[in-house]
Design a protein around this ligand. Sequence first.
Ligand code: ADP
Length: 373
Amino acid sequence: MAQLVLKNVYKRYDNTEKKLFGKKKAQNDFAVKDLSFECPDNSFIGILGPSGCGKSTTLRMIAGLEAITSGSIFIDNVRINDLLPKDRNIGLAFEDYALYPPLSVYDNLAFNLRAKKAPSDAIKTAIDRVAPLLKVDELLDMKPSALSGGQKQRVNIARAIVRQPGLLLLDEPLSHLDGKMRQTLRQEIKRMHREIQCTTIIVTHDQIEAMSLADVIIIMKDGALQQMGTPLEVYDSPANEFVAGFIGEPPMNLLRSVIVKRDGGFFFSFEGSDLLVKVPERSLPLVSDGQNITLGVRPVDVLITESDTSTPVPVAVYENFGDERRVSVRVGQEYLNITTTENVVYAHGDIIRLDFNSEKTHLFDPESGEAIR
Ligand code: ADP
């Protein structure tokens, strides 16, 4: 187990060029910008964000595979910026399995311990402990070429934890696997983390993976931290429009609106639409007449109602997914998505009425994208 702290970490890849509109342009952007966070002992942290946001760079800096441009990384209060990877007590499992093809699974698992001149009975004890956790105990005599993708990734992760590292770093470990295998291995990684008591960081672009595995999620965009919180916090209280749109499937609706005052009450209004949505009581202190606001509401928090007090809107798209139905309606220039488990059937153009779960609406500043609370 180990505690990991990043303080104001920056990374710039020097001497790199990228092609921009056919011209080569020096890339001066930071791949990681002013990143600070803390992972307590034995925590499970997910680093989540779209491709290119700096997740792998962050992990590689923690592992010592990439130099840090500025800032500090501490493991158990020791600044490790200049420590070699082998001296950081870290276990690593990347997306590609990188197993040694001529060696058996047992010998792959034993490789690093043998390199450290561990006695063979200690190696056997370590492998006997780890192999059942990842269900590779039946595979020990096999060569990597005989294994499925899922089995290779189990061996890859088992190899990373066999040395009992203080910190386990997993970079997109499930992204090569098919849907069912991903789910099975996800559950096994979770069980394994409980058993081995090792601070673990998983890098992923898949919000389901991050939400289901991690105690705390770090969401990144363009090299910068957007929000750090428990899965519930980032889902229920997104810090900005980016997090709101990134977490949740289908994503949160983000509608440009103008506040209007009608009959003594305040409403969200939408350009090109008659729909008016009452501003909830708790948000009244945050709004004023004529203010531009982005209204965020998750598809599950828009309810289809029989009440004739709300504005009628025509159905644009109806989809039946078996366990849920998705309905999309046009609100001015934008579409509003609704998810329901009610057994409704609609055709294009059918008129429905909507009610917003006022406890679950979110307000964002349209300029900065930051949540207004
Ligand atoms: P992610 O893991 O979130 O997909 P990366 O950390 O791989 O993102 O990349 C972050 C940024 O750094 C991207 O713009 C990427 O093009 C750039 N980058 C990554 N590795 C290198 C490298 N070795 N040399 C130059 N630029 C790199």
